[in-house]
Design a protein around this ligand. Structure first.
Ligand SMILES: CC(C)(COP(=O)(O)OP(=O)(O)OC[C@H]1O[C@@H](n2cnc3c(N)ncnc32)[C@H](O)[C@@H]1OP(=O)(O)O)[C@@H](O)C(=O)NCCC(=O)NCCS
Length: 166
């Protein structure tokens, strides 16, 4: 059975392991290998994850099937206290399509709703199939965003939002 636990800094190696299992499959048709490596270093290095957890107050949860970690997600508040931002959601490929991603989103929504948020927002690459996953959960595209991440690389995203008002 799927359950969630809050991740702590000691889980960083696990988060990195899950990421390295999912990222190449997710982005190999969308981004160059060099850009994937650049972004992994930027967003998933030990020090970057430490910074997200300890300084930026990103909350991470690990999804476990019985005792086996199968995915994770992270989110945080934003300067607009009514808007929370989903930063990451990844489920191992052989575990996808079993409802874990949806349960992760539902868990996050419950948590942020009780903290007073009314909108959950995220960025998704415009070519990522996950866009259809988010649409199915009620997210809609509010704008396109092309972000220069350095080294000549860009993130070409949709910004999507979902109202979480009951
Ligand atoms: C996107 C992701 C998190 C979804 O998690 P998941 O556990 O596979 O999704 P679920 O099984 O919970 O699916 C929930 C619903 O979304 C639908 N769905 C899932 N992936 C979908 C897709 N690619 N296209 C359309 N619908 C999709 C499911 O059919 C299901 O619908 P239902 O509730 O009507 O049955 C997961 O597939 C993943 O990790 N993908 C690779 C990494 C990634 O792209 N992350 C997002 C980065 S922005």
């Amino acid at each position: 059975m799927i359950h969630f636990r809050k991740a702590v800094p000691a889980d960083i190696p696990l988060i990195r392991k899950l990421t390295l299992a999912v990222w190449p499959q997710t982005y190999s048709d969308i981004l160059s290998r060099e850009q994937v490596e650049y972004m992994l270093e930027m967003m998933y290095s030990e020090s970057s994850l430490q910074h997200q957890i300890n300084t930026q107050q990103h909350r991470f949860i690990i999804a476990c099937d019985d005792d086996e970690p199968v995915g994770f997600a992270s989110w945080s508040s934003t300067p607009d206290k009514q808007v929370c931002r989903l930063h990451k959601i990844y489920v191992l490929q052989n575990q996808q399509g079993k409802g874990t991603g949806k349960k992760l989103i539902e868990h996050i929504i419950q948590s942020i709703r009780s903290a007073g948020a009314i909108i959950l927002e995220l960025n998704v690459n415009r070519h990522n199939k996950a866009g259809a996953f988010y649409s199915g959960l009620g997210f809609t595209v509010v704008r396109e965003e092309d972000t220069d991440i350095g080294n000549g690389y860009f993130m070409n995203d949709y910004v999507m939002q979902k109202s979480i008002v009951e």
